[in-house]
Design a protein around this ligand. Structure first.
Ligand code: SF4
Length: 345
């Protein structure tokens, strides 16, 4: 029997943050100067991660996505990937990275058993990369994408957070680049979540506007129907251009998809969040460290999931004109787990 929440949504997709640290400071996630980091001693070891994942798999999870912060900053990550890839219950193991360290790690990630990659890429201009991410690393990201292809990764996704007046003049260049490197580009609407303390509605380029602008340039766009469970619960809607180029749009801000959301997030210190907008998490580290068995953890996870009602993005949308940034600096100082870079986007 599939474990479902109050809205009938299955527990299937776990986003697993392996570190809250990042080597970039993207404006839509980490715009501030200083951050409160998770205490080192609270960060789960690989063995602890493996045990918690076993409990999630026993409860129904079969898709795991490794995130951060920037997951490639976690030392010996290929060792953890090999461990997770060997678990028969995990049907899909993926990773989201900012690509800065990808060139040197692509082969090892592939050899460890990682099969799917998503790379964040918000611009193709080095100067703009510096203004968005406050680091001069675009060349590293582009060579990382090439290295991933060379290492055998296919169907790589490229995620672009579109912000009006920042990078929305590059949507066609990014589409062309993705086509040239045989990757699939996903435009992500700028979200008012976590560290996006400077979010305003006027900076959002909506799904509707993106489709209208792309159709003006490339002609009619065909929506690709979501045929299987994976596609139906996936955050990105997919579309095709007349030349066969496929792209996606993640419209969490203007057209939320909470109805089919099978995702939850575990922070690097073992706090489980049932929704990206959730303000409270469930501590799984403490029961683990006081000796709870995998089966006891599974039972705890099942109890929580079956009571899940979260539909955060829909509630945000319902605020209409009242809508501003979800959190302020002081909220984030008080609880760093509210940060996007701590719960892994
Ligand atoms: S806002 Fe929450 S419930 Fe809605 S899709 Fe995102 S994580 Fe799922």
């Amino acid at each position: 029997m599939v474990l479902a929440d109050v809205h009938g949504r299955p527990l299937r997709n776990l986003r697993l943050s392996v570190t809250d640290k990042c080597n970039l400071r993207c404006a839509y996630c980490m715009p501030e100067e200083n951050y409160v980091w998770l205490p080192k001693g609270d960060i789960l070891s690989f063995d602890e991660i493996a045990q918690i994942v076993d409990a999630f798999v026993a409860a129904g999870v079969d898709k795991v996505r490794l995130t951060g912060g920037e997951p490639l900053l976690r030392r010996d990550l290929p060792y953890l990937i090999a461990h997770l890839a060997a678990k028969p219950g995990i049907r899909d193991l993926a990773l989201t990275t900012n690509g800065v360290l990808l060139a040197e790690l692509a082969k090892a990630l592939r050899a460890a058993g990682l099969r799917r990659l998503t790379v964040s890429l918000d611009t193709l201009r080095a100067d703009r990369f510096v203004s968005i991410a406050r680091r001069n690393d675009l060349h590293h990201v582009l060579s990382g994408i090439d290295a991933a292809q060379a290492a055998g990764f296919q169907n790589t996704k490229l995620d672009t957070v579109v912000m009006r007046g920042v990078n929305d003049d590059e949507i066609f260049d990014l589409l062309d680049y993705a086509r040239d490197v045989r990757a699939e580009l996903r435009f992500i609407e700028y979200m008012d979540v976590g560290g996006a303390t400077r979010w305003t509605r006027d900076k959002v380029v909506s799904r509707a506007e993106l489709l209208q602008r792309i159709a003006t340039r490339h002609g009619p766009i065909t929506a690709i129907p979501a045929l299987d469970a994976d596609a139906k619960s996936a955050p990105a809607e997919r579309f095709a251009l007349s030349d066969g180029t496929v792209f996606g749009i993640v419209a969490s801000t203007t057209a939320p998809f909470c109805g089919a959301c099978d995702r939850s997030r575990l922070t690097a210190d073992g706090s489980w969040y049932l929704c990206l907008y959730a303000k409270l998490g469930i501590d799984l580290k403490t029961p683990l460290r006081v000796g709870e068995s995998t089966d006891q953890l599974r039972a705890r996870i099942e109890r929580v999931w079956t009571a899940r009602t979260d539909r955060g993005a829909e509630q945000r949308l319902a605020l209409h004109d009242e809508r501003g940034a979800l959190l302020g600096d002081e909220d984030l100082r008080r609880d760093p787990r509210l940060e996007m870079h701590t719960r892994g986007g």
